[in-house]
Design a protein around this ligand. Structure first.
Ligand code: CA
Length: 244
């Protein structure tokens, strides 16, 4: 992969003279936790039971949206009207309840090593997630002890408009006190990439799911890695190229 070219393209598009990294904004599901197979199962089952046409692949294509937005988008597309608040509430609760019956979500391989490397470079790691699953948020501290400060975790509880809107990433910049040319985003899903790019941020994708790499490039990812392990192995090189 040509890091220099990707960085130059980004700087030119955004009008930045140079990038000076101070923080890395991590998406959570499919990046820090290998939770997407469970989310795909739970969402597709709950939505199908409620009369929607909703496959596991649909879950990956909608990944990053809040639960309410996922349901609303499907309702508009399939029934031509938004979902009622009662239905949204009912399905979100059913999905969370089903998700909680699954075994504990494992940490994504090499995610801890990557966050430790980010810290060792003197950067601030933050989490920007569309998730509102309380169990996962609780598990951040046990799986990444002391690595994410409480105010540095942005979830669906903090924003009205989730991904693919840039709002969660813009809030992360505000909370952390960072400028767009001081951070990079790590995402695994097309709508997450769209959100990072819409916020004007250098967005790195790690393709940890079943979709094709092109789906992530077409969403605007500045670089696409095949896994978090690959990104972790390349971290020092990428960091040095970004900081010039
Ligand atoms: Ca994700």
């Amino acid at each position: 992969m040509d890091y220099i070219k990707a960085i130059e393209n980004y700087k030119q598009l955004q009008g930045h003279k140079a990038l000076q990294l101070r923080a890395v904004l991590f998406d959570m599901d499919g990046v820090l936790f290998d939770s997407m197979p469970y989310h795909a199962d739970a969402w597709s089952r709950v939505m199908t039971d409620a009369g929607f046409n909703f496959s596991r692949e649909d879950v990956y294509m909608n990944e990053g949206r809040t639960g309410a937005d996922t349901i609303n988008t499907a309702s508009l597309a399939q029934f031509g009207k938004p979902a009622t608040e009662e239905l949204i509430d009912e399905l979100c609760k059913a999905k969370c309840a089903l998700f909680d019956t699954y075994p504990p979500t494992p940490r994504m391989p090499y995610a801890l090593e990557l966050v430790l490397k980010v810290k060792a470079c003197g950067l601030t790691p933050m989490i920007v997630t569309g998730s509102g699953t309380p169990t996962l948020l609780d598990r951040i501290q046990s799986n990444f002890p002391g690595l994410f400060a409480e105010g540095h975790v942005i979830s669906s509880f903090h924003v009205k408009r989730g991904k693919p809107y840039p709002d969660p990433y813009l809030l992360a910049l505000e909370r952390g006190g960072f400028a767009p040319d001081e951070v990079i985003v790590v995402e695994n899903a097309p709508l997450g990439v769209t959100a990072g790019v819409a916020a004007g941020l250098f967005t790195v994708a790690a393709n940890t799911g079943p979709l094709k790499d092109e789906v992530l490039s077409q969403a605007g990812a500045n670089l696409v890695f095949p896994s978090i392990e690959a990104l972790c192995n390349e971290w020092e090189k990428l960091f040095n190229e970004i900081n010039g």
